[in-house]
Every structure is written in C-alpha cells, then in structure tokens.
Write a protein that binds this ligand. Structure first.
Ligand code: V47
Length: 374
C-alpha cells in the first residue's frame, strides 16, 4: 500500500494503474504496455518514485568499483551486430591482456580502494576456463577484500560449451576460484524476433535465464539487464520484463535490474538513433513498477550521464552504480560521459538530487553513509 498516491489526480488512462500501485497489486502485461506507451511521463515517474521511496526511502546507493575487460576478442563479433566492443583477432582495436596486465589494471587509478571488480569480456576462442580461473585466483590473492562480479551468462555459456562441461560445473569452478556474483549483461531483448536481428546465434532467452537460475540455486546472486532503443517493440520489452520477474519469483536471486540504452556508433547494426532522456526515464520507471520483486533499479550513470542519473533517482532508480574508473563497452559505442567519477563526485551528484548517498558493497550491504555536506 503506497498511501500517498491519489489515483483521482491521475489522467484517465493511468488512474487504474495508480490504484493498483497504491494497493500494492502486481502489474500485468497490459499495465506494463501502458507504462511504455503513456504520454504522461511525469505521472508514470511519480508512481515509480512512490514505490522507490517505499522500498528505499531517500537512500541512493553507489559503490566503489573498477571495470576490467581482459579481452574484447570475441567469436560472436559478427553475430552481435549491436556490439561496438568486440573485435576479431588481428584487428587494430583488438586486445587480450595477460594475467599481469589484468592485475595492473586492478591496482591502478583507485582500483586499490575498490570493493568490487566488474569483469567482463569477449568470448576469446583461445582462452581456456583454466586461464580465467587462474585470473580469479590471482585477483583473490592480491585483493582478498574485493568482490569479483564477473562474466555474463553469455561468457558462462561459452565456457561450458568450450570445455564440454555443464553450466553448474563452470559456476562451481569459478566460485571456488573467487567468483562472487554475476553481472547482468548479455540479456539484450529475449524475444526471438529481436534476437534474430541483433544477436543471432548467441545464447537464447531460455539459456540466459537458465544460467541465472542455476547460479541462484548455487547461492550466487546476479543482476539483470535489458537493452532498449534499437529494433525492439514495446511488446518485446513487456515479454522481457515479465520473464525476468518470473525467474525472480522462482529464485529471488537478482539484486538489481539495469535498463541499458542502445548506443549506435561503431557497430554493424546500421542504426543512428540515440534514445532521448524521456525514453531513458520511462524505461527506469516502468522497470521499477513492473519488477516489483527485484530490490534495486540501477541508473547506470555512464550510460545516462550523471545529470540524467540524478533525475532518474526520482523516477524509480535507487542506485547509481559506481566509480567505474575505465569503461570501454559504452565508450566504444559513442558514449560521451567521463569514464570515472570519484567517491566524492558521486556523493555530490546524489546529494544535489535530494537523496542521501550510501556506499554499498556488491550485495547491497551499506558500508558508509556520507557525512552531510557543509
Ligand atoms: O551485455 C553492448 C550492452 C552490456 C552496446 O550488472 C551495449 O551491474 C548499448 O551489462 N550500446 C554490458 N549497450 C553492460 C552491462 C552492465 C553495465 C553496468 C552494470 C552492470 C551490472 C551490467 O552492454 C552488454 C550489452 O547489453 N551493450 N553494446 C551498445 N552498442
């Protein structure tokens, strides 16, 4: 029950939705479609904000993390037409780090203060699972306090295929080597009509969801994402959100949902369209309302800009992601944002938006509430 919502003050098409949100009732597919199509963005945002305030009050989370991308060489370079990060071996922009280079990246530019390394990469044809296990062991040895959030479901699926072992076996071995949780990438849009166009041949929806189900069953938590703003239709996104909600009902293992705006530069999809701020806010608000069982909605500032991420905190989001330090996936796709924000910059951004910045660890345990600015 979200008492401060007064349905009678909402424009007609949203009145019933407002009454449902007020009563704490679950939204259905038609409601989700309405969220994605209504012209009344501020009213939608107000509903999402009411839910966000009920769940998290005026707290806005962030973490001190560092992204590490050991390689961008990827066997799916031609399959994933939307991806600007991947490269084929020998291409000018291809890289593959050694273990020592990974450790150097981990240690530089504030990496020594990080509580999380967010590690993802391409599907390198020549790197064995053992190479990755060694990398995790090396990181754990050098940075025992840092949580390793590593490998999308796509990478997990690739390791299993390459080694001829089960997903469960891959996850168990990775955990033994230091894996803490899985990031949410690789979900894109689950519907096959879209997947066939943007990432044909990659793990399908059922396989992506199964990797996360298995991880959750082993007690490994994860995030989930949705890539919007390309060829998808609203119905595809409703299907995507409801599939995630279904898995979360079963397992409860998702920490956060991150709506990801497609960036069109330097890839094979052939689109030029950039999402607008209103679209980004709409997707954040819709996800807060539909994913009633996912605790956190992340406004990924790298993608949104810190300015829009501030607004997003009043449109359903309660988390800004982190300091990041070095970002390649979005910057190779044309992002103009900085690659890093310091802890104090993040705190200022949050505070100026009217929220209380709380540093968290990867699993959302609060670590430190920032002192009030003077
Ligand atoms: O899986 C790839 C997307 C994702 C493009 O779990 C693109 O905490 C836009 O998943 N335009 C990787 N998006 C990023 C990701 C993520 C980010 C922040 C936090 C977390 C988390 C996860 O980026 C990919 C894909 O969906 N992506 N190419 C592009 N051109």
């Amino acid at each position: 029950m979200t008492a401060q919502i007064r349905p009678e003050l909402y424009p007609e098409p949203l009145r019933e939705l407002a009454a449902k949100v007020r009563a704490g009732q679950r939204l259905d597919d038609e409601d989700a479609l309405l969220c994605l199509e209504t012209p009344h963005l501020l009213h939608l945002g107000q509903l999402a904000n009411a839910v966000r305030l009920q769940k998290h009050g005026d707290t806005a989370f962030y973490n001190v993390n560092r992204h590490i991308n050991p390689t961008n060489i990827c066997v799916y370079t031609y399959n994933c037409k939307f991806c600007s990060f991947a490269a084929l071996p020998g291409e000018d922009h291809a890289w593959a780090m050694s273990h020592d280079e990974v450790y150097e990246h981990a240690a530089t530019q504030g990496g020594d203060q990080a509580t999380e390394f967010h590690i993802v990469g391409g599907l390198h044809p020549d790197l064995s699972l053992e190479w990755y296990l060694e990398m995790l062991r090396g990181l754990t040895e050098r940075f025992p306090e840092v949580h390793l959030k590593a490998f999308t479901a796509i990478e997990i699926g690739w390791f299993a295929k390459r080694e001829g072992i089960s997903i469960e076996e891959v996850l168990l071995r990775l955990r033994e080597a230091g894996l803490g949780s899985l990031p949410g990438g690789g979900a894109e849009i689950f519907h096959s009509e879209v997947r066939e166009i943007i990432c044909d041949g990659k793990l399908d929806a059922d396989e992506w969801l199964e990797v996360h189900r298995i991880a959750h069953g082993l007690g490994i938590r994860s995030n989930c994402t949705m890539l919007y703003g390309h060829v998808e239709k609203p119905e595809h996104k409703v299907d995507h959100l409801l599939k995630l909600r279904q898995v979360q009902d079963e397992t409860g293992g998702f920490n956060a949902f991150i709506p990801l705006a497609y960036h069109p530069e330097n890839n094979y999809l052939g689109l030029t369209y950039h999402t607008t701020g209103s679209e980004d806010l709409r997707h954040l608000a819709t996800s807060r309302l539909v994913l009633d069982n996912v605790p956190h909605i992340k406004a990924y500032w790298i993608m949104l800009t810190p300015r829009l991420a501030q607004v997003a905190l009043s449109f359903g989001a309660d988390d800004m992601d982190g300091t990041v330090v070095e970002e390649t996936i979005y910057h190779m796709a044309g992002a103009q944002t900085d690659q890093s924000l310091s802890r104090s910059e993040l705190e200022r951004v949050v505070r100026e938006a009217g929220f209380v910045p709380v540093e968290r660890d990867t699993l959302y345990k609060p670590l430190r509430q920032s002192p009030v600015a003077t």
